[in-house]
Write a protein that binds this ligand. Structure first.
Ligand code: NAD
Length: 379
């Protein structure tokens, strides 16, 4: 059985799906691993390091595509690569199965088996495979570092001979994995932090990190699904949140927004009027930009300056920390591969909850109901 790692095709991608550490573990278990020359360079891994870990290096992408049994990827392969896949090949990675379900039709038609890491169920046994949490951790940290760099103010309280400088005020919207990491990072830099989330359970976690939790009375509304994710809110409940957020944003130097509802456009939390109430020089870092953004003025992939407020909406923030993002992602994928590679052979047990939950396509068919519905809705 041959595992292949290709150079990522997306122009802004710097991560690699498997690091040398993972290659060593896989080759040690009897799998053959081939790396397209240069695939790890942006993540700080040379061909020589991969070779030392037991991989074969190849410059022949077409041959890799035609012969690989398993292709761990960061992003979905482009259509032209999908068309060259060996029938029955396994592709595992961020496939954006609900956001862009049309993009893997060529691979489905080739009979590829596709696993989307986004759909790995959030059960205890799959925690070590949770690539969404890994990338959210990296992004939450990086957002605060970038915001601190852009802010024309210091973050910590400073008492100097010239007087006292007050600490920066940071507001975090959405206290999931990225939001909690943003809170912890901003606290470490000395900022005073407030946070808001619709899930009441997030309140305790926010407070345990030394931040204030903004309480909004939603009248006992059920805000969380059984998977622990936020539900899509009614317009009335969203508006109550927006009012509390606008009051807090007005006195904040930095607002980090992370609120998302899986499979939906990100909820609108900061309307233009709330941005216009903020001080010039303040920063909104919209981590929900890939899902449309939490701020009305966010332009995904761009930086907007509106009446002096800077609004950042990066589309691939984890790729700005490629070494550790790749390290975490590669560990997540290695744990997933342990499920489907046994003694160097591919064994797909479709009765396994993790395999069943994350499998998007198999044997020429889309096998995930939500993905099939998303494809139908777009047809
Ligand atoms: P996410 O990226 O989907 O959303 C980020 C946050 O935005 C969430 O906390 C969500 O509640 C919040 N949000 C959504 N709509 C909102 C709105 N209108 N107003 C305010 N906040 C809003 O979520 P995530 O970070 O991936 O994780 C969500 C939950 O899943 C958390 O409880 C997390 O601890 C849990 N989780 C569980 C596991 C596991 O393996 N059991 C793994 C990772 C995360």
């Amino acid at each position: 059985m041959r595992i292949a790692i290709l150079k990522e095709a997306r122009p802004d991608e710097t991560r690699v799906a498997l690091t040398a550490e993972a290659v060593k573990s896989l080759t040690g278990k009897g799998a053959g691993v081939t790396i397209e020359s240069g695939a790890g360079l942006n993540a700080g891994i040379s061909d020589a390091e991969y070779e030392a870990a037991g991989a074969v290096i190849s410059g022949n992408r077409a041959e890799l595509l035609a012969t690989a049994d398993v292709l761990p990827v960061v992003n979905l392969l482009p259509d032209s690569d999908q068309a060259q896949l060996k029938s029955g090949a396994v592709v595992v990675g961020f496939l954006r199965p609900l956001d862009d379900p049309g993009a893997f039709q060529t691979a489905v038609a080739r009979g590829a088996t596709l696993f989307a890491v986004e759909l790995v169920p959030r059960i205890t046994r799959a925690q070590s495979m949770d690539a969404l949490s890994s990338m959210a951790t990296v992004a939450g940290y990086k957002a605060v570092i970038v915001a601190a760099d852009r802010l024309p103010k210091l973050f910590p309280l400073l008492m100097t001979a010239a007087g006292t400088i007050p600490p920066a005020k940071v507001l975090v919207l959405g206290a999931g994995v990225a939001g909690l990491q943003a809170i912890a990072t901003a606290r470490r830099l000395g900022a005073v932090v407030e946070a808001y989330d619709v899930r009441a359970a997030a309140g305790e976690q926010v407070k345990s990190l030394g931040a204030k939790f903004i309480e909004v009375d939603l009248g006992g509304l059920q805000t969380e699904d059984k998977g622990g994710y936020a539900k899509e809110l009614s317009p009335e409940a969203l508006e109550l949140g927006r009012q509390a957020i606008a009051r807090a944003a007005k006195v904040s130097d930095v607002v980090i927004t992370t609120a998302q509802v899986p499979g939906r456009r990100a909820p609108l939390m900061i309307p233009t009027a709330a941005v216009e109430d903020m001080h010039p020089g303040s920063i909104i870092f919209d981590l929900a930009a890939p899902a449309g953004g939490n701020c009305e003025l966010t332009k995904p992939g761009e930086t907007v300056v509106h009446k002096g407020v800077i609004i950042l909406g990066p589309l691939n923030l984890a790729a700005e920390m490629p070494v550790h993002a790749s390290m975490l992602y590669s560990r997540n994928l290695t744990k997933f591969l342990d499920l489907i590679v046994k003694k160097g052979e591919l064994v797909i047990d479709r009765a396994d909850e993790i395999i069943a939950g994350s499998c998007v396509a198999h044997g020429g068919q889309v096998v995930n109901e939500r993905v099939a519905a998303a494809i139908k809705a777009r047809a």
